[in-house]
Design a protein around this ligand. Structure first.
Ligand code: B12
Ligand code: SF4
Length: 463
């Protein structure tokens, strides 16, 4: 039985997202399990190869598969629909299965909007995808039968992550990925991504939970994580980016991972580009992480106002953020702060507090979202989804640039949101002292980051 997985066709609007292109580990896991179960698996990496819809469809059809698996983010769902429709037009008998964070959040709507899909998987597709191909019953699979939508909507989640094989990285063009993994952050290229846990029990209202691990935290053992790190080192990677939702949720497990990294003399650099929570670190943990090669972490501040933090159910205070930023800097980390402009209940005064907070704490970098994008699967989506009725609306989610803001709180105008976004960026990245300090610390890294920031600023029409 032949199965082809494809990443979404390339669209120029999403160009800047290629900056952080990394091996899609979710697909990697599904492929690894399918292969273990005897399926003949291949990948058409349309995003990496910059294939448009027709080129991706031809590449898939040339391999003459029985099943095709397509993953989805809301940012990519419109091109995924186009690809599914193109495939079905050419091969009506081909079984097309969708999955990923967007489809998991809106499974029935996906089947309604895109008749080319034969089935969708809700939640984690590691086992559920091949269950469907092999005709085995499983929860989390919705399919069409006699014009009706059938199946069990309970999301599929893997309970013991240590049971999973390692992602099938060999099905991807590793050498190509070595050249493009997160270059804005990487200190010791080539770098690659890894996941050591899934799920996060917190419920920040802008965060999409179904299809990205859910609310039940599950972790791999420290030994299994370090074994994978060794495999990656032997593949020639020098830096590892841990992209978990909540890497330090179980602080004892993180300490155990650090201990094993040191015992095994891995000599790798580690970063946490996806962010960790300020309430899940302390001085001894941060010191241990530094000693084992971690050098960069991001914290989610979102907005330096406690009322906004309460409204978005972040579960932290501004004071906690300040304390952890200072601690991480003292221990020697490069520290980034994630900020979202225009969160519910925000006002100009509250945005000013964020500007002041950044000045006061002086992080090494900031990431500023120009608005909270209401992704399906998030609580924010349920507040606004009427505004996004109709599948022609998904194109707006392709990028969250300043000229396409998808959410505005009552207390701010769109102009004010753009103003604070630009103000934060300009105040921060236009300071010569910032670049001087960075250049002295990491000359090559800084040159690369300047290049990346320049291209983002150009894409966002700041320059
Ligand atoms: C690393 C990461 C990235 C990386 C790389 C993505 C990649 N190629 O893997 C980069 C930086 C490029 C990125 C970019 C973006 N990301 Co991102 N990212 C993540 C992150 C932190 C981890 C992804 C991961 O490896 N997960 C671990 C694996 C095991 O899980 P998984 O990928 O979800 O796969 C499982 C299931 O989804 C499902 N599945 C996945 N694919 C398929 C395919 C089939 C056929 C089937 C059946 C099932 C299936 O089964 C998999 C195995 O269990 C997630 C958060 C998270 N925890 O997942 C956000 C997340 C996926 N990102 C998100 C967003 C919003 C974005 C951006 C839009 C941000 C932006 N504004 O630019 C862009 C979009 C990029 C684009 N155009 O495609 C959202 C998506 C929400 C949504 N509804 O779409 C998430 C869920 C964060 C969140 N909690 O809100 N991202
Ligand atoms: S934003 Fe982070 S802490 Fe909040 S729910 Fe999402 S993963 Fe958890």
């Amino acid at each position: 039985m032949k199965v082809i997985f494809s990443t979404p066709p390339y669209t120029s609007e999403a160009e800047t997202t290629r900056i952080g292109l990394c091996i899609p580990l979710g697909l990697g896991y599904i492929c690894a399990v399918a292969r273990e179960r005897g399926l003949d698996v291949e990948v058409v990496d349309a995003t990496l190869l910059k294939y448009d819809v027709k080129e991706a469809a031809n590449a898939i059809l040339n391999k003459n598969p029985d099943f095709v698996g397509l993953g989805s983010y809301t940012a990519t769902i419109s091109s995924v629909y186009e690809l599914a429709n193109e495939l079905k037009r050419n091969r009506p008998d081909l079984r097309i299965v969708g999955g990923g964070p967007h489809i998991s959040a809106l499974p029935e709507r996906t089947l309604r909007e895109c008749p080319a899909f034969d089935a969708v998987i809700i939640g984690e597709g590691d086992y559920a995808f091949s269950d469907y191909c092999l005709g085995k019953k499983s929860n989390g699979i919705l399919y069409r039968k006699d014009g009706k939508i059938m199946g069990d909507k309970t999301p599929a989640f893997v309970s013991n992550l240590d049971d999973l094989p390692l992602p099938a990285r060999d099905l991807f063009d590793i050498e190509a990925y070595k050249k493009c993994s997160f270059p804005s952050y990487v200190k010791d290229p080539p770098a690659t991504n890894i996941t050591t846990s899934r799920g996060c029990p917190f419920r920040c209202i802008y965060c999409c939970k179904i299809g990205s691990g859910g609310t039940n935290f599950r972790a791999r053992s420290a030994q299994s994580v370090v074994n994978e790190m060794k495999v990656l080192r032997d593949m020639g990677f020098k830096e590892i980016e841990i992209v978990d939702d909540n890497f330090t949720f179980d602080m004892n497990r993180t300490l155990e991972i650090c201990k094993l990294i040191k015992e095994q003399n891995l000599h790798l650099s580690f970063s946490l580009p996806n962010g960790i929570r300020v309430d899940r670190v302390n001085e001894s943990l941060l010191r241990e992480m530094r000693r084992s090669g971690f050098y960069l972490l991001n914290f989610g501040l979102e907005c330096a106002d406690n009322e906004v933090l309460r409204r978005i159910k972040k579960g932290i205070t501004v004071e906690q953020v300040e304390k952890s930023v200072n601690l991480a800097k003292k221990v020697g980390f490069s520290v980034g702060l994630f900020i979202i402009i225009g969160l519910p209940s925000s006002t100009p005064e509250k945005e000013e507090k964020t500007v002041d907070f950044v000045k006061r704490t002086n992080p090494d970098f900031i990431g500023v979202a120009p608005c909270p994008t209401p992704y399906p699967g998030s609580e924010l989506w349920t507040e606004v989804n009427d505004a996004f009725d109709g599948n022609d609306k998904w194109q707006y989610f392709r990028h969250s640039y300043v000229d396409k803001l998808l959410y505005r709180p009552e207390g701010l105008t769109f102009e004010q949101m753009k103003h604070y976004h630009d103000k934060l960026y300009h105040n921060f990245y236009k300071r010569p002292i910032f670049w001087l300090k960075q250049f002295v610390k990491h000359p090559f890294w800084t040159a690369r980051r300047m290049n990346i920031l320049f291209s983002i600023a150009k894409a966002r029409k700041f320059l």
